[in-house]
Design a protein around this ligand. Structure first.
Ligand code: UGA
Length: 425
């Protein structure tokens, strides 16, 4: 059993938690526990963010987040001393990548050191939960040694499986909760905290919990590159890959999710995590083959859009090419690792004039591509040809008649175009 006084969680509705790092994972974690009635103290280095949060303003858009933050018992501060008022601290600091794909742990180490310094003043026990995505071995090799001399807190790993745009929903309705610890009991209190989430709770060691996160994302990425490859073969043979997946999905061993062929996977997680686990595998002396190919295919896939376009307009120089969709997926303004970037680059290299529209992501894209034209969807469709790169709902109802459309995301209505090409169908 845990060393903690469990009655604190059992008899009272409210635990007091702290969350270090108020980015996407930290805020959703804070808001999720807030919705469950717990009090949360957030710690971050960004003063502007803290001020906004103290006034009920979320620094990022995520369905339901604003409302949850406004209505919960939440405070944000720069001061690590605040963790002393809590029994559990979630480390949610971001872990960017080095150019070889390995993790840059600078921020996480710094945050852990500051946490360790604060915890040195605490006499009572404390649980530190590593929720940042870290490659297997990181908690044991990096986090545990930093925290060891700070009152010896209990430590566990609790990876998140949240989809951007649906993160709060996913937090409240998890498919599973994974808790890894080094002694088989440090995770007991966390298990208590998650007791009414109505899903399986898996207890593992630290390294396994970290690996579950990477293996899950690597598997999802593999599914996408797999179906894109089948789709590329289908394209050459005049077969519609979506009909093929419809036929596959009824087999429960295969399932029908994450088999939408298209221009590849983007975002801040799948590409980064895949590169992260490849780099980690190399560190331990294994050269991954499937995972390398998954990445390679994903880099080539978007360029097929430019090839298909050139089938209809061989010389792109001086032509106006429309782009519908810049976000890495619908319902977000996020363009990190969006495949639209590679495609716009390809078009510009060919000398095309790009005219783009996205319901949410134009301001972000403009920061990197201020010189392309940003227009309404109707104006974009007047281009010499238009590429569809994100499956936004509003693209389903546009008037595509008389247009030349290259579809990377399967917008059925676009088939009404004068010339229509699907990337894998
Ligand atoms: C992904 C995982 O789905 C989450 O489970 C995980 O928790 C998260 O990463 C993370 O590690 O934090 P997310 O990056 O929000 O979530 O995006 P997804 O919805 O997975 O989509 C990723 C990319 O794959 C998008 O570009 C999307 O268009 C593409 N995709 C997805 C396809 O091309 N085909 C599909 O069938 C599904």
């Amino acid at each position: 059993m845990s060393r903690f006084n469990e009655s604190r969680l059992k008899n009272s509705d409210k635990a007091i938690l702290s969350v270090i790092g108020l980015g996407y994972v930290g805020l959703v974690t804070a808001a999720g526990f807030g919705l469950k009635g717990h009090k949360v103290i957030g710690v971050d280095v960004d003063e502007e963010k803290i001020e906004g949060l103290c006034n009920g303003l979320s620094p990022l858009y995520e369905e339901g987040l604003d409302e949850a933050i406004k209505n919960m018992d939440f405070t944000a501060t720069k001061d690590y001393q605040a963790v002393l008022d809590t029994n559990i601290t979630f480390l949610c600091v971001n872990t960017p990548s080095h150019s070889d794909g390995s993790m840059n742990l600078t921020y996480l180490k710094k945050a852990t050191e500051q946490l360790a310094e604060a915890l040195r003043q605490k006499n009572a026990s404390h649980l530190v939960v590593v929720r940042s995505t870290v490659t297997p071995g990181t908690t044991e090799e990096v986090i545990v040694p930093i925290l060891r001399d700070s009152g010896d807190p209990e430590i566990c790993v609790n990876p998140e499986f949240l989809r951007e745009g649906k993160a709060l929903h996913d937090f409240m309705n998890p498919s599973r909760i994974v808790i890894g610890d080094g002694d088989g009991k440090s995770g007991d209190l966390l298990q208590e905290l998650y007791r009414d989430f109505g899903c399986p709770i898996l207890r593992t060691d630290l390294n396994t919990a970290e690996m579950i996160k990477y293996a899950s994302n690597a598997f999802l990425a593999t599914k996408i590159s797999f179906i894109n490859e089948i789709g590329n073969i289908c394209k050459k043979m005049g077969i519609d890959v979506y009909e093929v997946t419809r036929g596959m999905g009824h087999d429960e061993r295969i399932g029908n999710q994450f088999l939408n062929a298209g221009i590849g996977f983007g975002g801040s997680c799948l590409p980064k995590d895949l590169k992260g686990i490849v780099a980690r595998a190399r560190e331990v002396g294994y050269e991954p083959r499937i995972l390398n190919e998954v990445l390679g295919l994903n880099e080539e896939q978007p360029l097929k859009m430019v090839e298909l376009l050139k089938k209809h307009i061989p010389l792109l120089k001086g032509k106006v090419i429309g782009v519908l969709g810049l976000a890495f997926k619908p319902d977000t303004d996020d363009i990190r690792d969006s495949k639209a970037i590679a495609i716009v680059e390809g078009l510009l290299e060919e000398g095309a004039q790009v005219r783009a529209y996205d319901p949410k992501a134009m301001p972000n894209f403009k920061k990197y591509y201020p010189h392309i034209d940003y227009k309404s969807p109707e104006e974009v469709l007047k281009s010499d040809a238009t590429l569809i790169l994100t499956e936004w709902d509003e693209f389903k109802n546009l008037d595509y008649t008389n247009r030349v459309i290259i579809d990377g995301r399967r917008i059925l209505n676009a088939r009404k175009a004068r010339i229509y090409e699907g990337i894998c169908w």
